[in-house]
Every structure is written in C-alpha cells, then in structure tokens.
Ligand binder design. Sequence first.
Ligand SMILES: Nc1ncnc2c1ncn2[C@@H]1O[C@H](COP(=O)(O)OP(=O)(O)O)[C@@H](O)[C@H]1O
Ligand SMILES: [Mg+2]
Length: 267
Amino acid sequence: MSQNPSAPHALEQSLTQQLGDMQQQLDSLHGQLMESQRLATIGTIAAVIAHEFNNLLTPIVSYCQYALQTAQGPTPDMELIVKALTKSFQSADKAGRICQSMLGLARGQSVFGSVSVQKLVDETLLVMARDPKKDAIALRVQVQPDLTVFGDPVQLEQVLLNLMINARHAMLGKGGSLTIKASRCDGTDEVKLQVIDSGPGIAEKHLPRIFEPFFTTKGTTRKGEAKGTGLGLAICKEIVEHHKGRIEVASEVGKGTTFSIYLPAEQ
Ligand SMILES: Nc1ncnc2c1ncn2[C@@H]1O[C@H](COP(=O)(O)OP(=O)(O)O)[C@@H](O)[C@H]1O
Ligand SMILES: [Mg+2]
C-alpha cells in the first residue's frame, strides 16, 4: 500500500499553525480585557478618591476659615486657632492616607499589617460624620474582643464606611436599626464582619448587579442628597478580594439587608 506521508503532515502543520494563531489572538484579547479591567478599577478608584476628598475638604475649609477669622480679628484666640488647625491637619492627613492607599490598590501594592477590628469599626464610626440617632437609626456594635485581620486599615475602613453609608441611605426617612457584627468563624481562619440594616431590602432582580461598577438605583436626586455613583459596592468588592476575602449579600424585601465580609484572620 502506498501512502502520501506529506498530506496528513501538511494538514497537521496547518492545524497547528491555526491553533497557534488562535492562541495568540486569545492571549491578546485576554491582555486587553485585563488592561480594561485595570483601567476600570483605576477609574473607580479615582471617582472614590474624589468622593472621599470632597467629604474631607469640607471641614478643612471651614476650620481654616475659622482660624483665619479669629487670627485676623482684634483679639486672636490662640486656643481656638490651635484647635481649628489641629482639626484641619487631621482631615488633610487622612485625605493623604486615603489617596496613598487607594493608589496602592490601583497599582496592586498596599501596605498590609495587623488590623484591630474594634479599632477599624471605631474609626469608621468617627468618619461617618452624621450621628445615626439624628436619622432615627439605632446603632448596635457587637465586636468580639481581640479580633485582628491582616490588611490595609485605610482600605478596610473604606469598605465598612461604604456599607454603612448605604445602610443609612436605605433607612433614611423611616429609621430602623444598623448593626455591625464581627466574630471569628468557628473552625476556620476567617473573620466575619457584617453590616446589617432593617431597611427596605434589595429587589431580587437587582441583587446580581449591585457589585457592578456604576450600577445604582439612586437615580433621582432627593433634596440635599447626592445621586448614586454605583461605585461603593464595586470598590468594596475590589478591596475585599485584594485582601483574599469575599463579600456576600443577603436581602429580603421589606425586612432588610445583610452584607457579610470574610477576611483571613491574622495568624
Ligand atoms: N443596604 C442596602 N439596602 C438597600 N439597597 C442597597 C443597600 N446597599 C446597596 N444597595 C443597592 O445597591 C446599589 C449599589 O450600591 P453602591 O455600589 O454603593 O452605589 P450607590 O450607593 O452609589 O447607588 C444601590 O443603588 C442600591 O440599590
Ligand atoms: Mg453607595
């Protein structure tokens, strides 16, 4: 039996060639996808920085004004000046730290260390400028003592802050309860952090989309209230995953919403 050895060989060669080309295309597309995801993250982070800065600049400006006014007046009150400058210095310092840590996140490099969960919660509550009681929201904090996680404290504070702001927003006008819980998960090396509200809940059709950048249901501007950016939960997810953790949501319409974050405990 005679055979033409070159025919199947040529076919094989051409198939290999095609496969190689396709793989190259796939690699290039994958690279483009990664790049656009990275850019989307940086865009998100830039928007978050702008948002957080806006919050921090307001007290800086007013305290500086305050200090200038008394300094230029007939009887400068040194005590007041020092107090106002201290406050604005603290805010400016915080703005700097947020900027650094968010840029670290964009570059994929952050300063990780041991973070006390109690301290994290306390600091976040301090940053939440408005007292929840003013909005008829009862605040409960249940944090297991001596709980620590390994992470970037500034980034983790952003996560908690965004969740608390969402919870407060959900309960505006009606009031309710906001619970912050933290405990070590039994039998695992994980810490569970929860932000629980008794707000209106999230419609089932929205649930799969809430972590998408720019997804928001806060389209209409209520009086004195900013429109939603849809960036809060996207940044939360980005940060939690950067910490090798995960974020989950459970919500029941008319009952409330629970966000749970699982983070590796400090060894
Ligand atoms: N605690 C909550 N209760 C009800 N809905 C929520 C809650 N948290 C988030 N959501 C929903 O998820 C959407 C996305 O949230 P987020 O990414 O923080 O963006 P934004 O707050 O700017 O709308 C919100 O618009 C809202 O529909
Ligand atoms: Mg939000």
